[in-house]
Design a protein around this ligand. Structure first.
Ligand code: ADP
Length: 445
């Protein structure tokens, strides 16, 4: 097993990885920007290295600085966390070339799934169905119009290298399609340095359902049931739950098996998530994330398995001791993403946390790097806490979550706690009757 791991990330996810390492007897090295000198992941790590100024491109995205930190600290492996360099195949390659273990999949698998067009083709060949759309990139307005006419409007234009909802826009009619195409190309070029786009049918009432897997790199792939992440705003997840309120056991098992068989064929290594849109009883693949997922805790709560520990064990070359029959899903878990934004206008609200009291008690987990006196910097993602609750049934889970949200005090900055409190009173949510468009319809924007 590794003796020392460098965590190339910040905030709650860096802390999450630190915790798994410490429980495995592994020393941790935190890297941080000058804006994060007082961050909790830096305070708790065994060693720390400052890697640059606040902008991500100069610090958390600066592979050279991270590799220098790895050299200085003498680590065995690097965990990339979520976001930043976690899905950057060139970084994974550099890590390996410098003699460290990359805690994640092979660079080839990251590259394959990072190109959403190639990923869709590969997944189709592996036997799963995809959202109807263009075969490959769309090169001209004429070609785009022809495809859109075939599949029917509205259509969604998506960036091949897209992520985080960027480079993605709906075209309701053929008149607006050229404008939407050029908007997406520009946004994709600015964000990802790649302006290739493709077209998909824009589904009217799907749920976002994703399957968590772990592969050993030798063809064995375990599935951990699904997460329902349909409560979204601007294509970004707000609440996630496991299991989905709309899948029965037979459907859950069937999709889990199909996914693990497909991913097993490419000898996938490490943690991964296969995302689907689920509409009228059909699963349509949209993308695979070749990393840990923000919402992984809900799967951990219902399976009782620490996914980060398993990631680290696999990367260290230890055999995957778990069998599919060991993965017994129990009860229900819901995660609320608490972000430092105004709960109604969603205006960013960085600043100093003047009071902090996290909820606790039976079945309550808080993954957050906040503390009283901490200044939330304006430079990074606004996620400041994940409140995760587990209970025997969905009804109990909702009651517990309401109780936990009522206890949660984050003073000095605006957060979306009031939004979550409101959503947990909505009859549609209580009935599990929602799709990916529900929240925006409810908010009116
Ligand atoms: P990103 O990688 O940018 O997050 P995804 O392909 O994962 O993009 O899609 C993010 C979200 O966008 C989905 O969860 C869903 O809400 C919405 N979405 C994606 N594809 C479609 C589609 N074809 N029809 C309707 N909504 C879609």
């Amino acid at each position: 097993m590794f003796e020392k791991v460098l965590i190339a990330n910040r905030g709650e996810i860096a802390l999450r990885i630190h915790r798994a390492c410490r429980e495995m007897g592994i020393q941790t090295v935190a890297v941080h920007s000058t804006a994060d000198s007082d961050a909790m992941h830096v305070r708790l790590a065994n060693e720390t290295v400052c890697i640059g100024p606040p902008p991500s491109k100069d610090s958390y995205l600066n592979s050279q600085a991270i590799l220098s930190a790895a050299r200085i600290a003498g680590v065995d492996a690097i965990h990339p966390g979520v976001g930043f360099l976690s899905e950057n195949a060139a970084f994974a390659e550099m890590v390996e070339e410098h003699g460290y273990v990359f805690i994640g999949p092979t660079p080839d698998h990251i590259r394959l799934m990072g190109d959403k067009i190639a990923a869709k083709e590969a997944i189709q060949e592996l036997g799963l169905s995809v959202v109807p759309g263009s075969d490959g990139p769309v090169d001209s307005d004429e070609q785009a119009k022809r495809i859109a006419d075939e599949i029917g409007y509205p259509v969604l234009v998506k960036a091949a290298s897209g992520g985080g909802g960027k480079g993605m826009k709906v075209a309701e009619t053929s008149d607006v399609l050229p404008g939407v195409l050029s908007h997406c190309r520009n946004e994709a070029m600015a964000s990802f340095g790649d302006d290739s786009v493709y077209i998909e049918k824009y589904l009217g009432h799907p749920r976002h359902i994703e399957v968590q897997i772990l592969g050993d790199g030798g063809g064995k792939v375990l599935y951990f049931g699904e997460r329902d992440c349909s409560i979204q705003r601007r294509h970004q997840k707000v609440i996630e739950e496991a299991p989905s309120p709309v899948l029965d056991i037979a459907t859950r098992t069937a999709i889990g098996k199909r996914v693990s068989e497909a991913v097993g064929k490419i000898n996938y290594r490490g943690a991964g998530t296969i995302e689907f849109l689920y509409e009228d009883g059909d699963f349509h693949f949209i993308e695979m994330n070749t990393r840990l997922q923000v919402e992984h805790p809900v799967s951990e709560m219902i399976s009782g398995i620490d996914l980060v520990r398993e990631q680290i064990r696999i990367a260290a070359g230890e055999p995957l001791l778990l069998e599919q029959s060991d993965i017994v899903l129990k009860g229900h878990a819901i995660e609320c993403r608490v972000v430092a934004e105004h709960p109604e206008t969603f205006a960013p609200s960085p600043g100093t946390v003047t009071d902090y009291h996290a909820p606790g008690g039976f079945g309550v987990r808080v993954d957050s790097a906040l503390y009283s006196g901490y200044a939330v910097p304006p430079h990074y993602d606004s996620l400041v806490s994940k409140l995760i609750v587990h209970a025997d049934s969905r009804e109990e889970c909702v009651m517990r979550l309401r109780r936990a949200l009522d206890e949660y005090v984050i003073g000095g900055i605006e957060t979306t706690i009031p939004l979550h409190q409101r959503l947990l009173m909505e009859q549609d949510f209580l009935n599990g009757d929602y799709d990916i468009h529900w929240l925006e319809a409810k908010l009116g924007f």
